[in-house]
Design a protein around this ligand. Structure first.
Ligand code: PCA
Length: 214
């Protein structure tokens, strides 16, 4: 079984992006029974999608999981949905700042993650690591990539399942944002490993209450 795992370049003035640090380490350490391909994506609208879809076409992975930093979140958050909009509150790493533009003109409003998101959340929590479902991946580059990859898989009728995971700041980043939560890299790595294993173990998601009232 094969997984394509991606992380991002640092953005918004950060010197590090925990998503790439974690993905690189998971690739180096390996996960039993899995072939792991890692890819570092630029934090740039659409360019990241093109690099990622090329890699999918050349490797034909069973599962694609993209990981990104979400500074301010307190837990490993498994994204449920990607929406067809770019609406950037900051510039990406090439100075682009699209506002209210569709990612794919005429494309569906949204794509659901095709990973067993609830099963993954429960598996990560069972390891003693905070995790939850997120119902928005934002409207910046991470949502752009999640939508782009799911669209690519859909329109080309590929067998890959795919989704997105946001992770918190590392402690060395959060120290510059008093009051913001953080998670140690080793804990993030353990949580992601567990989530990945569960994604392979479950073809269909578990029917568990993980919704939010607000
Ligand atoms: N996080 C950003 C883009 C790159 C990253 O790691 C986001 O959440 O859109």
């Amino acid at each position: 079984m094969k997984i394509l795992l991606t992380g991002f370049d640092p953005f918004s003035g950060e010197k590090i992006n925990p998503s790439w640090e974690a993905v690189r380490r998971i690739g180096e350490e390996g996960i039993e029974g899995l072939e792991i391909i890692t890819l570092r994506l630029p934090t740039v609208f659409n360019r990241a999608i093109n690099l990622l879809t090329e890699k999918i076409d050349s490797h034909n992975p069973d599962i694609v999981i993209c990981v990104g930093q979400s500074g301010g979140r307190a837990e490993i958050s498994i994204e449920r949905v990607a929406i067809n909009i770019n609406d950037a509150s900051i510039k990406d790493n090439e100075g682009n700042q699209p506002v209210d533009e569709p990612i794919i003109k005429g494309g569906p409003v949204a794509y659901w993650s095709t990973l067993p998101i609830k099963g993954m959340v429960r598996a990560i929590r069972e390891k003693g690591i905070p995790a939850g479902i997120s119902n928005t991946a934002g409207t910046f580059v991470c949502n752009n990539v999640m939508y782009g990859v799911l669209n690519h898989i859909e329109i080309n009728d590929l067998k890959s399942r795919a989704g997105f995971i946001h992770i918190p700041f590392l402690p060395e980043q959060a120290v510059n944002y008093p009051g913001k939560p953080s998670m140690d890299l080793e804990v993030i790595i353990k949580g992601l490993q567990k989530g990945i294993q569960k994604a392979f173990a479950l073809e269909k998601d578990e029917n568990l209450p993980e919704g939010k009232t607000h």
